[in-house]
Design a binder for this molecule. Structure first.
Ligand SMILES: N[C@@H](CCC(=O)N[C@@H](CS)C(=O)NCC(=O)O)C(=O)O
Length: 222
């Protein structure tokens, strides 16, 4: 059995999507990363030195972390579902590039926009917002261009990258970041969100308290 530790609505939810899409047996354990003294959070810190979700534990005790590793791992459990291209192919290398784009460019730069809430001074907040919105504009434009004329990031077929991108893009809501300039992204988000598996996982995880979450999730920037 695969055990996924997740924080509701965080990037670990992309792994929750992937496990459901894969149809494998798993156990999903919700961790509230804001409750640093909660026994589950303490357990997570012991499993993953970054104290982050996703953290996945396999039957033999192996601990997997990092979306760029966990999402292809899940997809590879069910190659027939084609949630990620086959190993050893050029399609795989190209897909790894897009997965890395989400993990290393889009995800962190979306999170950066939330940092404006860390300062109280309104003028400073405005300056920071301009700076971080400028930084996220490039990956957003790249993604919008990529989605021109295709439904999903890899083309016509849904992959585990799409669920991950949906999560990162969804943070635009608590960040008060408008995506109106990116119509292909908005259409993509609606398309992915409408998938029955995504709807199911959203229901399993429950409602999101966006603003509280984005302001209070502890981060390990130091
Ligand atoms: N590079 C990591 C990033 C994971 C990450 O940032 N997880 C967030 C939730 S989206 C988290 O656990 N944040 C709490 C923290 O960093 O303290 C990955 O791809 O798995």
């Amino acid at each position: 059995m695969i055990t996924l530790y997740y924080h509701r609505g965080a990037c670990s939810t992309a792994n929750h999507f992937a496990l459901e899409e894969a149809g494998v047996e798993y156990d999903a354990i919700e961790v509230d990363l804001r409750s640093v003294e909660d026994p589950l959070t303490i357990k997570l810190r012991a499993l993953n030195p970054m104290a982050q979700t996703p953290t996945i534990v396999l039957d033999d005790g192996t601990v997997l972390t990092q979306n760029a590793a966990t999402l292809p791992f899940i997809a590879d459990l069910v190659p027939e579902k084609k949630l990620f291209p086959k190993r050893g192919t050029m399609e795989r290398v190209l897909a790894e590039g897009w997965l890395s784009f989400v993990a290393s460019d889009l995800h962190p730069r979306m999170v950066e926009v939330s940092w404006v809430w860390a300062v109280e001074d309104e003028q400073m907040q405005g300056q920071l917002r301009k700076f971080y919105e400028g930084r996220v504009a490039r990956p957003l434009q790249a993604l919008n261009d990529r989605l021109e004329g295709q439904d999903f990031i890899l083309g016509d077929r849904y992959s585990v990258i799409d669920g991950y991108a949906l999560i990162a893009l969804g943070w635009s809501v608590p960040c008060a970041l408008s995506l109106d300039a990116y119509p292909n992204i908005l259409a993509f988000m609606a398309r992915v969100e409408a998938r029955p598996v995504i709807r199911h996982v959203r229901q399993l995880e429950g409602d999101l308290d966006w603003v509280a979450d984005i302001k209070r999730i502890p981060r390990n920037e130091a």
